[in-house]
Each structure stands twice: as structure tokens, then as C-alpha cells.
Design a protein around this ligand. Structure first.
Ligand code: SAM
Length: 230
């Protein structure tokens, strides 16, 4: 069990669960800076340790529902929410289960986005980052389902690497009627996963050979009130 204590959140990370890091905190910062969580019904998809969900509850969300497909993550997030003294409804599942619920005002997501030689399966730790050849297995689902997960006027905030084509994220969301743009960018040195995969990524043309940094971006997308859908 690792303890992370970034400024205001104390998170216990169980073995096999993604430890909050740069991407987690960029998403939390974008959420708190935008003020979107206040009074909102919030969905945190891919919750991991629950860090983002707890930050949303602390930011004044009216209700927070969090999903992950890993049982370890679900137990860990629920435990962290209890410790933090906030109410987060943590559930095992993914988009299909979330789509069965009432729509949300805010959708937050730090999905897996690291390009990987094989399509991820199972619920092990690698599922936290492995995202198929183009890094977009979950990102594409997120962009596809966002419209039906959000109420009119709802807001999506997601974080991803430039290795997984943020332009496609913005284009997919725009094609679905959202106003979408990059609202935060930060360059970081490769972590262990990107470092270990850098030759393969270069061979795939996803990074320049010798590169050891990636740019993380936060995309914000707003569902117009007038756009009604099924
Ligand atoms: C990058 S981690 C993010 C964890 C946490 N939200 C954070 O920011 O620190 C991605 C998480 O998504 C989960 N996950 C991967 N694919 C998923 C899917 N299709 N639906 C729900 N959760 C998924 C993984 O188990 C992992 O916990």
C-alpha cells in the first residue's frame, strides 16, 4: 500500500491500482479551476484510486458516481472516499453501466491512453495505461458515449497524452456537437511505461526516436443546451 499526499488529498493506493500522478493532478486542477463540479452530478469514469472522484466531492459536487472495471480499484476508491469523509458511489463497470443511469452534469476521465502492441484485456494494472495500437481504445468510447452520458449543458474534462492524438479527441467531440478544446498542456518526462516502450513507439511513428518527454493535455468539451439526443 502506497500513500500519496498531494496537497489536499490523502490517497492510499492498493497493490494493482494506478497511483495518482501528473495526469491525475492535471485533471483535478482543471476541474477545480473551472468550478464545474460545484452543485453538479458528476461521473468519474476510470476512477482507479478514486482521487478524481474525491476531488470532485471536495469541490462541492452534489453527487459523485465513479466506475472502474477493476475490482481492486473499486475497493480502493471506496475506501479512500470513506477515509476522506466524502460520499462517492463507486461501482464496478464501464460505459455500458454508466449509460444505464440518469445523465450527468459533469464527466471526468483519466483513461488509459498509452499505445500498446496488443489490445488490453483483463483487469490487471496494465489496464490502467494500455490502450491499443493508437492509444485510443477507451478515448474513442469516451468521445462516442459522452453525448448520451451528459445532460444538455454538461461538461466533459479528460486528460490524455499527445501520443494518443488529442486532435482526434477534439474532432470526434466536435463532430458530436460539443464545443471542444485543449485547456491545459504540460510537458513531462516519460514515466517507466513510456520509457520502456519508447523504441516501439518510435518504430510505430508515434514519437520521434530519442524522445523522452510527452505532452499531457486536458480537453474540455461542452454539450450545448440546444443539442438534444436520444
Ligand atoms: C490512468 S488510470 C486513472 C485512475 C485515476 N482516475 C487517476 O486519475 O489517478 C485508468 C483507470 O481506468 C481503468 N479502466 C481501464 N479501462 C476501463 C474501462 N473501459 N472502463 C472503466 N475503467 C477502465 C483502469 O482499471 C484504471 O484504474
Amino acid at each position: 500500500m502506497t500513500t500519496v499526499d498531494p496537497r489536499y488529498l490523502q490517497i492510499e493506493v492498493a497493490a494493482g491500482v494506478y497511483a495518482p500522478q501528473h495526469d491525475t493532478w492535471m485533471l483535478c486542477e482543471a476541474m477545480t479551476a473551472s468550478g464545474v463540479a460545484g452543485g453538479a452530478r458528476v461521473l468519474d469514469m476510470c476512477t482507479g484510486s478514486g482521487a478524481v472522484a474525491i476531488a470532485a466531492a471536495r469541490a462541492g459536487a452534489r453527487e459523485v458516481v465513479a466506475f472502474d472495471l477493476s475490482e481492486r480499484a473499486v475497493s480502493c476508491a471506496a475506501r479512500n472516499a470513506r477515509t476522506a469523509g466524502v460520499d462517492v458511489d463507486v461501482r464496478l463497470g464501464s460505459f455500458a453501466e454508466a449509460l444505464a443511469l440518469a445523465r450527468f452534469d459533469v464527466l471526468l476521465c483519466n483513461p488509459p491512453y498509452v499505445p500498446s502492441p496488443t489490445v488490453p484485456t483483463g483487469t490487471g494494472l496494465a489496464r490502467a495505461w494500455d490502450a491499443g495500437l493508437d492509444g485510443r481504445v477507451v478515448l474513442d468510447q469516451l468521445c462516442t458515449h459522452a453525448l448520451r452520458l451528459l445532460t444538455p449543458g454538461g461538461v466533459l474534462l479528460l486528460v490524455q497524452s499527445d501520443c494518443a492524438n488529442p486532435d482526434r479527441t477534439v474532432d470526434m467531440l466536435s463532430d458530436n456537437g460539443f464545443g471542444a478544446r485543449v485547456v491545459a498542456k504540460h510537458q513531462h518526462r516519460f514515466g517507466p511505461v513510456m520509457h520502456a516502450r519508447s523504441h516501439w513507439l518510435a518504430a510505430q511513428g508515434r514519437i520521434e526516436p530519442g524522445t523522452d518527454t510527452e505532452t499531457l493535455v486536458v480537453v474540455r468539451a461542452h454539450r450545448p443546451r440546444s443539442k438534444d439526443t436520444q
